[in-house]
Design a protein around this ligand. Structure first.
Ligand code: ADP
Ligand code: GLC
Length: 467
């Protein structure tokens, strides 16, 4: 069975968040099983080594009134074929998102994917990831140009229902001609809503953890009613992680490699280097945070929570890596001036530093308001770093509180008080060296590889394909 994963991000070609990690890993795991998975994504002019790509197809596509030439570049990364779609002026940007004309970029990408398949029709399933690719099922089912693809099945994975890609009906003219009696499939509350259209039209809909699937039925940024009515084809499948890449015993980005047997000295070696670089005291427990500085991650609570904690206890260090909302970035920078020996932050995206933080920290904070799955907590477990999470979405499915016989620290609310309370629980655990070290070793052994979930997706593909 041939699967085509369509996504705007895929590690290592282009990454903003967890979507890239998932699309960069799931297909490789699937390729060790009984299917043949390929990734198709936009081309980016972002410094990624494009020398390794070959041109395999050229075509042209009409968007609105213009004809755009496109080129499909191909390469293999790990075990997976990656196809990148180049369209001058639209799919050759340096950033993944953040352009005024993003709508045009999302549309042309989907049209290029469909045109490419039309000319190279050897795919049984198109696996669409997030709203950027969620119009594909509608277009296959209803647009005249792609009617011959009606044997191709579609899966839509919702990585985050907060982002739906809505646009005004005025832009419907950008879509290729389709059976207009079906226009209602595009609509949700008066706008064209690609994510909603994908949920309505895909043969199967998944999200990235079972708990997030249950939460979406009641709270999905306006899509809950739709998810209730389509629940017969919806399923939560927990993300995995690439356990070869995220492996403290071989990770070439960290200072000292370690495994379960030498986790104490290994983490200490990394902590020493990281603390020295960030002006922190290696003898104090280190709490890390990595992520987008946005409300979803409850990053807005961090400055006040950290200020409150440090105001009464200077025997702690915090290191925050992230970028996002300017006000949060500024609050964090201000905090650095207030507590120069206990707090530091790197505003920006830095893959290597993220590995340092996972390896060096004693605890990792994830107070997220919304967390469809979350990968950070799984990376943190792998590196022997105890996660402190809010019980939501995938965090609920992957972290069990020590009070319930588990290995993490969990709280129920996204509030300054809850973060403070959890940090104090973490400090008590840190003092109980025997228990702390036992948990550190245990968490490194938890298996969060993709093996089980990659097979679950394959079973799903089988259930929606006829041949
Ligand atoms: P989301 O996709 O919602 O941002 P995930 O937990 O699924 O959250 O994945 C986040 C991914 O992005 C992880 O690989 C994490 O290490 C990485 N990441 C987030 N922010 C940064 C940053 N500022 N620098 C480096 N890596 C980051
Ligand atoms: C989204 C979610 C995150 C999830 C990631 C990968 O960005 O916010 O929770 O882990 O997608 O599925």
């Amino acid at each position: 069975m041939n699967i085509l994963h369509a996504s705007f991000e895929c590690y290592p070609v282009a990454k903003v968040g967890g979507l890239a990690d998932v699309v960069g890993t799931l297909p490789s795991y699937q390729n060790t099983l009984e299917v043949n998975s390929t990734v198709i994504m936009p081309y980016y002019d972002n410094g990624f080594d494009t020398e390794i790509f070959d041109i395999i197809f050229k075509g042209s596509i009409k968007l609105d009134t213009s004809i755009h030439e496109y080129i499909i570049y191909s390469t293999h990364i790990n075990k997976t074929r990656i196809l990148c779609c180049y369209v001058k002026g639209l799919l050759d940007t340096s950033k993944v998102y953040g352009y005024e004309y993003d709508l045009y970029r999302y549309l042309i990408f989907q049209l290029v994917v469909l045109d490419f398949i039309l000319n190279n029709n050897d795919f049984d399933v198109i696996h669409c990831h997030d709203h950027h690719t969620a119009l594909i099922p509608f277009l296959i089912n209803n647009s005249y140009a792609y009617s011959s693809l009606n044997k191709v099945s579609t899966v839509l994975t919702i990585h985050n229902a907060q982002y739906q890609g809505q646009f005004s009906h005025d832009f419907i003219k950008l879509l290729p001609e389709f059976d207009f009696t079906k226009v209602g499939l595009l609509d949700w509350y008066g706008n064209v809503n690609p994510l909603a259209a994908g949920i309505k039209c895909a043969n199967a809909v998944t999200t990235v953890s079972p708990s997030y699937m249950s939460e979406l039925i009641n709270e999905a940024n306006g899509l809950e009613g739709l998810l209730q009515s389509e629940s017969y084809k919806c399923k939560g499948i927990l993300n995995g992680i690439d356990v070869d890449f995220w492996n403290p015993s071989t990770d070439s980005m960290i200072f000292k490699n370690y495994k379960v047997s030498n986790v104490i000295s290994g983490k200490k070696g990394n902590k020493k280097e990281v603390c020295a670089k960030y002006g922190l005291d290696v003898s104090k427990p280190l709490f890390g945070f990595i992520g987008r500085l946005v409300g979803e991650k409850a990053a807005d609570l961090l400055p006040e929570a950290i200020r409150t904690i440090l105001s009464s206890n200077l025997n702690i260090n915090f290191l925050v890596l992230g970028s996002g909302q300017e006000s949060i970035e500024n609050d964090l920078i201000a905090l650095k001036n207030e507590f120069p020996h206990n707090f530091n932050t790197h505003i920006g995206y830095d893959e290597k530093l993220s590995h340092w933080v996972y390896a060096a920290s004693d605890f990792l904070l994830m107070p997220s308001r919304v967390e469809p799955c979350g990968l950070n907590q799984m990376y943190s477990l792998r590196y022997g770093t105890i996660p402190i999470v809010r019980r939501t979405g995938g965090l609920k499915d992957t972290v069990i509180d020590i009070g319930d016989g588990g290995f993490g620290i969990c709280h129920d609310k996204a509030s300054v008080w809850d973060i403070e309370y959890s940090v104090n629980r973490a400090l008590a655990l840190y003092e109980n060296k025997e228990l702390y070290r036992k948990i550190q070793k245990e968490i490194m052994k938890i298996d969060h590889s993709w093996t089980k979930s990659a097979q679950e997706y394959i079973n799903l593909y089988k259930s929606i394909t006829t041949s």
